[in-house]
Design a protein. Sequence first.
Length: 384
Amino acid sequence: IFQVAFNLFVYELGYRQDFIGYLNGIPSLAMLFFALPASVAVNRVGYKKPAVIGTILSIVGLLGISLADSKMLLVVFRFLDGIGATFIWAVGVPLLMRYSTEDNRVFLFSVNSALQMGSAFLGSIIGGVIPEIAGRIAGVPPKGVLPLRVTLLASVLFIVISIIPTILMTEERRHKRRQASYSALVVALPRDKKDLVVFAKILFPATLTSFGAGAMVPFFQLFFSLRFNMSTASIGLIFAFSGIVSAIVTLAAPVLAKKMGKVKLIAATQLASIPFLLTLAHSLNPRAVVASYYLRHSFMNMCGPVETTFFLEQVREEQRATLHSLRGVLDSLMRGGLAPFASGILQVKGGFPLAFSMTAVCYFVSVLVFYGFFKSAENGSEAH
């Protein structure tokens, strides 16, 4: 719901795309400073407390964004929401890794991803319909500030509800982990040149992909609104059905990974998305653009769970939290920080085609680098 309305809301407040890009980059700064502390907190106190704290911070941040008008308040509350999202993020993957085995891990991650996309489907529909209803009641355009503000407030309500199962969650005590937190942190770091090379091979292509995605994905709402003058309801439906399509194809990832191998599947799906990305950038045909949006979204999200499990399997178990944190920091720094900021500037100077074409270049180079690094690791972990 929030993603459908946020950029449009800030745009209707009178701010340009460069500031919108800056706002989309703020959560990355929060992750940059708080990802490692959040991961340490998970190791020390378990999953429940960081998840509850993160949810509360997100509620306060999103509520503040919904009610704010000034640049300063938008920046402050966006940063607060970013801190909360970082704590929630720090819980997710370690929790799944802990309660999975090598045999069922890809399946578990794929199902989790599909459920998230299914939830996004409902959220996108609701996020597109609420401005229409609120606009009719208030007698103002659906893209006006008031309907979009109501939509953002509705998203806060759903997050408030989500904290209930988190509070009710129970987990085993972790006395031994708490006593050995410092030594565990030392063991989790790369020990030698070989470890550093493995970390670099994983993080470099992933960072390129994140930069490319960050130059494009946060701006899709504005893209459909400004290029084709679509309503919020139409944009919400597009986002919703893309989530359903991606959820379905993601469930096929475990089967394809067994047949093709994880490396080939990751490279093939990312490479296949590039022609559709270029269609998005340069086509003025709305049907072709919407179809390309679905296909690009599906190809990139299909390999997400496979990519995550593959990367974590390349390092020792005690290093997985560290790798996950570093990857998250770089991902947010690129996807939510440098890339949207650079994309906003490019859009002001050369429009969406220039910014989205930069994404295509990043994807292509990332695939070549990734496959070059890991083509020999199809049948097992490369390092550990």
